[in-house]
Design a protein around this ligand. Structure first.
Ligand code: SF4
Length: 414
């Protein structure tokens, strides 16, 4: 049995810099909203942020707010407020928690960042359905509330191979949102600013990829649980120099740890891959649970979702279309299986956790036999945890603990 008191997890000192980055980001948005100085666009987490930067918008990402509702454990009480106005308890608990928070007039931002009373009001909302349809419904609800336009890109799902026709279709849709956005911005898209944002996004993506790749070292300097908060700049800051500066610091610390042979856990006996979303309200608990068993959850499909290696400033629309269609979440099961197999090799993994998040089928890959197929092909065992990203009523801590302990025991025996 694990003894959580004895867990020795080494914290990264640059986590503080990431925290400062997020604070600056939210204060800048709050100032802009109060002074009405700069237009604000709400954007989905894998939406076309670079286009928005090319028109001078500040961008706010509601999913990050929802994740904060999860980490602060406010979400579970707020979800029923959205259920009461017709949003099912079975749909995305980011959506229901966020709309519930709006209906109640509460936000975790005011708990974490003194002086911020609410999320910034949008001038426009911009989505890409590459991750799911829920984002369109979510943004449309706010569009009505704030009486502002909602524009979006409708993407493909289950893509086996990204073809020129996918790229053409998505790139044209991206071009088509420019005109309505220009009306809101009150100015034209500046191609130089746009290309510059694509260049910065690509650099941010490359640095984030290197940070995550550092976990291939043994012992790994990083845990998945660290990664879920360290990824903040890659989500909200892509297309900015500040995000690049933050990741240069993080990468330097990770490389230093690798050089010194310092792992995130004092002792790393097992290396685990995580598929799916984190349980935001249980990050600390899960980190300690695995850490106490000397099992490091080192890499994930989730944190890698903000790597956009196809971005190319010389061909901004087409390369964005490719980057935002090559995403793991958009792809077919065949592709996903090969992707995970490659990662198991690369990170030298000896066990997989699948998080079956009840309200996000889009990020749950264990429902159609993938764990069994991968176990057969690779010999690497897996465990499925039933839970949710935000709704804590949908998981049992006792069950998770018992199952994880039994799973790690099985790895020990192997
Ligand atoms: S991908 Fe899942 S968690 Fe993210 S917005 Fe869509 S349903 Fe919600």
């Amino acid at each position: 049995m694990s003894d959580e008191k004895k867990v020795a997890i080494r914290r990264l000192s640059t986590a503080k810099d990431m925290g400062k980055f997020m604070a600056d980001y939210y204060y800048e948005l709050d100032d802009a909203a109060k002074d009405d100085k700069q237009k604000i666009a709400w954007c989905t987490s894998v939406g076309p942020a670079e286009i928005l930067r090319g028109m001078g918008f500040l961008t706010y990402f509601p999913e990050t707010h929802s994740a904060m509702l999860g980490t602060t454990r406010m979400a579970t009480d707020l979800i029923p407020k959205a259920n009461a106005i017709g949003y099912s308890p079975d749909i995305c608990s980011y959506l229901t928690a966020d709309i519930g928070a709006f209906l109640e007039g509460v936000t975790p931002l005011s708990k974490v960042f003194k002086g911020i009373e609410s999320p910034p009001k949008p001038d426009v909302l911009v989505f890409n359905t590459n991750q799911c349809r829920d984002v369109q419904d979510w943004f449309s609800w706010y569009g009505e509330k704030f009486n502002v336009p909602v524009v979006g890109v409708h993407s493909y799902v289950g893509v086996k191979e990204v073809t020129p026709s996918h790229i053409t279709s998505i790139a044209r849709q991206m071009e088509n949102i420019v005109e309505p956005l220009e009306k809101v911005a009150g100015r034209k898209l500046d191609m130089d600013e746009f290309k510059h944002a694509v260049t910065l996004s690509r650099e941010c993506s490359d640095l984030w990829e290197k940070c995550l790749a550092a976990a291939s070292a043994t012992p790994s300097p990083l845990t998945f649980f660290d990664g879920t908060t360290l990824m903040g700049p890659a989500v909200v800051g892509r297309g900015t120099q500040k995000a690049i500066d933050a990741y240069k610091l993080l990468l330097a610390e990770l490389e230093e740890r690798v050089d010194q042979g310092l792992g995130a856990l004092e002792e790393e006996r097992h290396r685990i891959y995580w598929d799916g979303m984190p349980v935001w309200g249980r990050l600390g608990m899960h980190s300690k649970l695995f850490g106490a068993l000397k099992a490091n959850v080192i890499a994930s499909t989730y944190c890698s979702s903000w790597i956009f290696s196809a971005l190319d400033a010389e061909d901004p629309f087409n390369s964005m279309a490719r980057a935002y269609t090559e995403l793991f979440i958009v792809r077919s099961d065949d592709y996903k299986e090969q992707y995970i197999k490659d990662k198991l090799d690369y990170f030298n993994v000896d066990g997989i956790i699948y998080h079956d998040a009840k309200t996000c089928p889009n990020n749950s890959n264990c429902r159609y036999g993938m764990p069994q197929r991968l176990a057969e092909e690779t010999g690497i065992p897996s465990l499925t945890i039933n839970g949710d990203l935000n709704d804590l009523r949908l998981l049992s801590d006792e069950q998770t603990k018992t199952n994880v302990e039994a799973f790690i025991e099985q790895l020990e025996e192997n």
